[in-house]
Design a protein around this ligand. Structure first.
Ligand SMILES: [Zn+2]
Length: 320
């Protein structure tokens, strides 16, 4: 992910895999009618999310295209299955500055009506940082929160008898967010570009009511800096949800745009917002832990993960 004052980005759409198209189609099934609430925010446990982060980063680095990334994808799928959430790994080939490479998105599907909400986080780590870099915050924190959301939504007995009134929720773990050299047509945002293209080609684009991206949201000193390249209604919804959760003071607008996994969805007209804390460092307004071996588990707190999980639940509950 990269801060930028211009949201302009050239997009290369990767080759669609048959597996991905089939899975996107499979997620279309609908559930019966019910009026029960979708999910109760207080069910979200930051402690459980932090344990997920710890277990995930203990697997080691997970740079896209490596065995570590493959193991990470398998771990996520296994965790989702354990929560009773249908999940598939969508493996695909995409161009990179060093030739073609394999990438894998892991997609968990919570059935609902024909409308869809996509909750996203990337799970790969930046390459070349150092042997000890396992990215607790970038990207373990997003993975931990999504897994905990999957646990409580997957275990909700009401959810499976839900909802004509409630949208389906896809919980998506993206590969290849980090660039090898510089963000561009064949470098970085591989998973999000691939999924956005699939949604266009499958005809699902109009049914996506919101893409909510989580990135770097475990910092003990939580300062969510919402980038301005986001759909205004979803930015407003994020602030409203934070207000309801009593954490509005931890949320602000970033001075500019941030190029992150939500951008490919914005580029094809899908509403999207990036919940990111881009002040991850040793002091206020510093970001000096980012992409360093200082990005370790001790910098995270369960309280911050709780905040983010509950804000996301409030946002999901408000979307129709
Ligand atoms: Zn990163």
């Amino acid at each position: 992910m990269s801060p930028t004052w211009s949201a302009a980005v050239r997009i290369f759409w990767g080759t669609l895999s048959a597996v991905g198209l089939l899975y996107v189609a499979g997620c279309r099934r609908e559930s019966p009618v019910s009026d029960v609430p979708f999910c109760v925010p207080s069910l979200f446990s930051g402690d459980a999310a932090l344990k997920e982060v710890a277990a995930f980063v203990s697997l080691g680095p997970r740079v896209a295209g490596t065995d570590g990334a493959r193991e990470a994808a398998l771990h996520i799928k296994k965790r989702l299955a354990g929560f009773g959430v249908d999940a598939e790994i969508d493996e695909y080939i995409d161009a990179t500055p060093y030739g073609s490479n394999s990438f894998r998105n892991v997609i968990g599907c919570l059935p609902g009506n024909a409308n869809k909400i996509l909750l996203l986080a990337h799970y790969d780590t930046k390459g070349g940082v150092g042997d000890r870099f396992t990215g607790a915050n970038d990207s373990g924190s997003g993975v931990g929160v999504l897994l905990e959301l999957a646990r409580i939504m997957g275990a909700d007995p009401a959810r499976n008898s839900l909802p004509s009134g409630r949208p389906s929720v896809w919980i998506v773990f993206l590969d290849g967010e980090e660039c090898s050299l510089n963000y561009g047509a064949v470098d970085g945002l591989h998973g999000s570009r691939h999924l956005a293209r699939q949604l266009v080609d499958s005809g699902d684009r109009a049914s996506i009511k919101a893409v909510i991206l989580l990135d770097m949201i475990g910092d003990r000193d939580l300062t969510v800096t919402l980038p301005r390249n986001g759909t205004p209604e979803l930015l407003a919804l994020a602030f409203r949800a934070a207000e309801e959760e009593g954490v509005r003071s931890s949320f602000s607008l970033f001075p500019g745009s941030i190029l992150d996994d939500h951008q490919p969805f914005l580029d094809v007209g899908i509403p999207a917002v990036d919940l990111i804390d881009f002040e991850f460092g040793s002091g206020p307004r510093k970001n000096d832990y980012w992409h360093t071996e200082q990005d370790t588990l001790d910098k995270l707190s369960s309280a911050s993960l709780t905040t983010m999980g509950r804000v996301v639940i409030r946002m999901v509950n408000a979307l129709k």
